[in-house]
Design a protein around this ligand. Structure first.
Ligand code: ADE
Length: 247
């Protein structure tokens, strides 16, 4: 059984308790697939006031997380382990499916949440191996970004999601978005269900689903199709969509 250990370093440990104690993240922990621990950076402040930040050299507003405090915290949590230490930061590489998938192969991750205006660059140089952003916007801190990363990574670990292989059908897993889904009732406020889904023809259903996925991706995220693995049928269908749009 493959499991992952995730340590988070944060100034706001309470931000993790609700999310990590519900739903799939809780199930993963309960089943021993995820060992999750939060560490309060303030415990490594090294002073009685538990002060972890200071004003930036050169002036300007905001407070900077101190290099000595953060380095001490990371070294204490990391011990002798070779686990990657990842800073959540808007300056990092973008979290995409491929990145989540790569991280889900690791036995252990150490996530560092920056806060305030920033982190002393020397702590990044000395103790951080990777920086990841969850999107091109700025959050007040790395905590929500860490939770997004944890959720995206942990759900890829075999056994976390009920249905074996559900991850393979995800939007993004094969480079395309997922198509629409339906469940009972068969008629709702005048809207029905595509007939093929109730036809019992599995091959037809698969073909329809693939085409819907391609159509949705073509309409909403055509950029994804540049790197998606496509077979001859896919290409022919996309050409058909292009032709119809050109009419
Ligand atoms: N911290 C602040 N903004 C962030 C972002 N977009 N991604 C990751 N960490 C962040």
């Amino acid at each position: 059984m493959k499991a992952i250990k995730i340590d988070v370093l944060t100034l706001f440990p309470d931000m993790f308790s609700a999310v990590m104690s519900e739903s799939m993240m809780w199930k993963a922990r309960d089943q021993g697939l995820l060992d999750f621990q939060v560490h309060d950076i303030r415990d490594y402040a090294g002073n009685r006031q538990r002060k972890v930040d200071d004003a930036p050299y050169g002036g300007g507003g905001g407070m900077i997380l101190k290099a000595d405090v953060l380095t001490r915290a990371i070294e204490a949590v990391k011990a002798e382990d070779g686990a990657p230490v990842i800073l959540l930061s808007p300056q990092g590489r973008l979290l995409r499916h491929e990145v989540a998938s790569e991280l889900s192969q690791q036995p252990r991750l150490i996530l560092v949440c920056g806060h305030y205006e920033g982190v002393d660059e020397r702590a990044i140089e000395l103790a951080i191996n990777d920086e990841i952003s969850i999107g091109d916007y700025v959050l007040t801190g790395g905590e929500l970004a860490a939770l997004v990363l944890i959720d995206a990574v942990v759900r890829l670990i075999p056994g976390v999601l009920g249905a074996e292989g559900a991850q393979q059908r995800d939007s993004h897993a094969d480079g395309a978005l997922e198509g629409p889904h339906y469940t009972r009732p068969s008629a709702f406020r005048g809207l029905g269900v595509p007939a093929v889904l109730t036809s019992g023809h599995h091959a037809e259903v698969d073909r329809w689903r693939r085409r819907q996925a391609l159509k949705r991706t073509w309409e909403r995220r055509p950029d994804l199709l540049l790197n998606a693995p496509l077979d001859d049928d896919d290409r022919a269908y996309l050409a058909q969509l292009e032709d119809a749009a050109g009419d």
